[in-house]
Design a protein around this ligand. Structure first.
Ligand code: MN
Length: 725
């Protein structure tokens, strides 16, 4: 190439090795040199869109890994080689023999991520799935990929605007939250600010301009603010660094949007950071005490992330005080080590030669969860849903709550007891039926707050409810509930299908799958699955479906029949008589006890509906009368038809020959009682039915019932009445 910039590769390699020696515990210089040379040679004929030799890209990525997120030499080698498989003819197999499995796997992971996105629709669930899976296989894939993305974002200017937007959006939605989750604070901030720049240039430039305008004023104030603190801390012999904390453009922008505030309102919140050169966490609290003596603290804003670190291991004290001139100043207090972890996340742990801490175990859990969720999600549909909640969760703030034993659980903001239950164990979630928060029983959709102590009440018989999906927050709860519901649904469909097959076998019918589709459509189902489901739920009567022309079973429905009967008898006898004082007020019959002529009755004055007539022994009436006895009104049935009224008697017994005759004899031979109607059905050897008779009064009716009870084959006798109070 004629326009090729001549690279000083000797110096480049020496710089890289020097950086590795400075930041890494062990450096395989031979391996790094070998990777450097291979990468340089492989990319020799490629140039970037910027016009620079392509090799500058993997080199810068490797340099960033060695300098900013140093983990080990393998990561640096991986960074140098991360594009050789995708862009040149070199195979993973070759890398495996030349550089070993670790390097080959890292390059393979990073390559897969790149391949997934090259020119494709980035929001496709399947692509995310692949990416997440390769990312979580080896944490170093994340380091290299983050550094790769950062360098690409830094050099994004040279791309077409539509490509810029696509890559920026993806960076903001996925890479930045990912970097944050792995504790790569500095990478996260820069990715966000760069993405913001390409997605909303106007807002970005406006904020950047205003920051420059305010810089001097701001620095002057911070100097005034920090001076007495610095002096005091020095007097106490502490070694520390204190200074204004840079505010990131995107975070200012986001706060402006979220709080609907102006730039000034957000930016005037001044931020100071104190980093202690000490290994003693307690010194942070000591410094806090010094500051709070000097400036008045706003205690509601105090946060102690030292005692309770964030999920990504972040530790610091956040304190807010009122500074000179009444300005609000936020102060972060942390040790150097905490600061390293805040900026470099997982990479910092290696530097401090740490073994796994509890929060690293959290990270391992989280990584396992991703692997689980995405590897098992076979259907594209389900993956989409998991991803939606997953992406949401990446952004959310955390709350921390406690188990009854005092164990800490971190959850996204807006989590509920159901989220908490699933966080402890899927089985607790599945069977959770209630919850106590700080000792009090609360509804399952209650939003939890930091500091809450949560106890879950479970029941063997409980199972997840569809409505839970409306309020749960964590991806774990959502995925588990959905999984359960899908399984339950499948089971229902299966049961329904079995019932259906049994039925048509019995009736010797033949249905093709075409016929079944037709039938389900005719019955207004979207698919046969829903048809089977309703069969299983007993919502669909197969006899009706299979023989629609067959006349409906005309068995009496007592509830409805009785209403009709009562209505008819009341009409026949005429209006109830109300006492003089309340004459003229409209009357109607209470639905709760539905009195019929002959029942002892009483009126109750309602608000707006006149007088309701109840049976004297109506439970509703008795309870209302306890507080409103003044509203009771004496009423009685009109004395027409020689005081005869119709009453129904339900009876059942053994269906022996002549039973109907025995029953009617028993009735008519007593006081010449007239039978109005008889409706008796026999099934197998049992009969049951209703006899309607004309009686003078309740006494008369009771006697008849006694007589019926005395019949040998009659087992049960009761008044046909509306007694479901
Ligand atoms: Mn790259």
């Amino acid at each position: 190439m004629t326009n090729e910039v001549k690279l000083n590769t000797d110096k480049m390699l020496e710089d890289l090795l020097a950086m590795c020696r400075k930041n890494l515990r062990t450096v395989d210089e031979k391996l790094i040199t070998k990777a450097f040379n291979l990468s340089h040679e492989a990319h020799q004929n490629d140039i970037r869109i910027s016009g620079k030799p392509y090799f500058t890209h993997p080199y810068e990525v490797a340099m960033f890994v060695a300098e900013e997120i140093p983990l080990d030499d393998i990561s640096v080698v991986g960074a140098l080689l991360h594009d050789v498989v995708e862009d040149t003819g070199i195979s993973i197999k070759f890398l495996r023999t030349e550089f070993g499995d670790e390097v080959a796997d890292i390059v393979d992971g990073v390559t897969k991520i790149g391949g997934v996105f090259a020119g494709h629709e980035i929001t496709q669930a399947e692509n995310y799935r692949k990416m997440l899976l390769s990312m979580v296989k080896d944490i170093r894939v994340i380091l290299v990929k983050s550094a790769d993305r950062l360098h690409n974002m830094r050099t994004l200017d040279h791309l077409r605007p539509d490509k810029q937007r696509r890559i920026a959006k993806e960076t903001l939605e996925l890479y930045a939250p990912f970097a944050n989750r792995f504790g790569l604070g500095r990478v996260k901030w820069e990715l966000e600010d760069l993405a913001f720049k390409f997605l909303n240039k106007e807002a970005y430039n406006e904020i950047a301009r205003k920051i420059i305008l305010k810089r001097n004023e701001r620095e002057a104030y911070i100097n005034i603010f920090k001076e007495p603190i610095a002096k005091k801390l020095k007097d106490h012999g502490l070694e520390f660094e204190i200074g204004g904390r840079p505010k990131h453009l995107y975070s200012i922008y986001r706060k402006m949007i979220k709080l609907n505030a102006s730039f000034e309102e957000i930016y005037d919140l001044l931020a100071v950071r104190i980093i202690l050169e000490s290994n003693d966490d307690n010194e942070c609290f000591y410094v806090l005490g010094v500051i709070n003596q000097m400036y008045k603290p706003i205690s509601e804003r105090f946060k102690d992330y030292i005692s309770i670190p964030k999920k990504n291991n972040y530790q610091s004290i956040h304190n807010t005080v009122i500074g000179p001139d009444g300005k609000v100043v936020e102060i972060q207090i942390r040790t150097r080590k905490m600061h390293e972890i805040a900026e470099r996340g997982v990479a910092a742990h290696w530097k401090y030669k740490e073994s796994l801490t509890s929060t690293d175990a959290d990270l391992a859990d989280w990584v396992n969860w991703i692997r689980d969720a995405f590897e098992n999600a076979s259907k594209n549909e389900a993956t989409k849903e998991i991803l939606a909640s997953f992406k949401l969760n990446l952004y959310q703030d955390e709350i921390y709550v406690f188990t009854p034993n005092g164990d800490l659980k971190r959850l996204p903001r807006n989590s509920t007891p159901v989220d908490f239950a699933y966080e402890i164990h899927s089985n607790i979630g599945f069977h959770c039926i209630g919850a106590k928060v700080n000792g009090r029983i609360v509804p399952l959709d209650t939003r939890l707050n930091s500091g809450d102590q949560v106890e879950i009440i479970t029941s063997k018989n409980q199972s997840p409810n569809k409505s839970w999906l409306r309020f749960v927050t964590t991806h774990k709860a959502k995925a588990d509930i959905r999984k359960f519901l899908n399984r339950a649904e499948e089971k229902l469909v299966e049961t329904g299908r079995e019932l259906w097959i049994k039925k048509i076998k019995k009736l010797k019918l033949v249905f093709t799958s075409e016929d079944i589709s037709k039938l389900s459509r005719k019955l207004k189902y979207d698919n046969p699955g829903q048809f089977y489901r309703d069969i299983a739920l007993d919502k669909l009567n197969l006899d009706d479906v299979l023989s629609p022309e067959e006349t409906k079973d005309e068995q009496a429905v007592p509830e409805l029949e009785f209403d009709k009967f009562a209505d008819q008898e009341r009409k026949k006898i005429g209006n109830v008589i109300v006492d003089e004082e309340h004459k003229g007020i409209a009357t109607s019959f209470a639905k709760c006890c539905n009195p019929i002529p002959g029942d002892p009755i009483i009126g109750f004055i309602t608000i707006g509906e006149g007088i309701k007539i109840h049976k004297k022994d109506c439970k509703n009436l008795i309870s209302m009368a306890q507080t409103h006895s003044d509203r009771l009104v004496p009423v009685e049935w009109p004395h027409a038809n020689g005081s005869m009224f119709a009453a129904g008697i339900n009876l059942s017994g053994e269906d022996v020959p002549g039973i109907l005759k025995d029953i009617s004899n028993s009735i008519t031979t007593y006081k010449n009682t007239n039978i109005k109607a008889v409706n008796i059905n026999a099934v197998d050897s049992i009969f049951e039915g209703t006899v309607t008779v004309y009686v003078n009064d309740i006494e008369h009716l009771n006697r008849l019932m006694e007589r019926l009870k005395n019949l040998k084959s009659v087992y049960h006798v009761e008044r046909f009445e509306h007694n479901k109070q």
